[in-house]
Design a protein. Structure first.
Length: 68
């Protein structure tokens, strides 16, 4: 069976593209993947209190710190 000399280069490009696409997919889904391995938090700890009509700056900073 005859294989063209450029066939090896083409196979190498296909492998590189598959690896790059896999990395891009993992990068775009990194938050969901990270959540699979982290401990679940109580949902009520991230929601603003319902008895208050205003949210303090400290509450906003706390919620932002929890997300990162």
């Amino acid at each position: 069976m005859y294989l063209d000399p450029g066939f090896g280069g083409m196979l190498l490009q296909i492998v590189v593209v598959i690896i790059a696409m896999g990395g891009a997919i993992l990068f775009s889904l990194r938050k969901k993947i990270r959540n699979l391995f982290t401990k679940k938090e109580d949902i009520n700890s991230t929601i603003a209190p319902t008895h208050s009509t205003s949210v303090s700056e400290e509450d906003v900073i706390d919620v932002l710190d929890e997300d990162s």
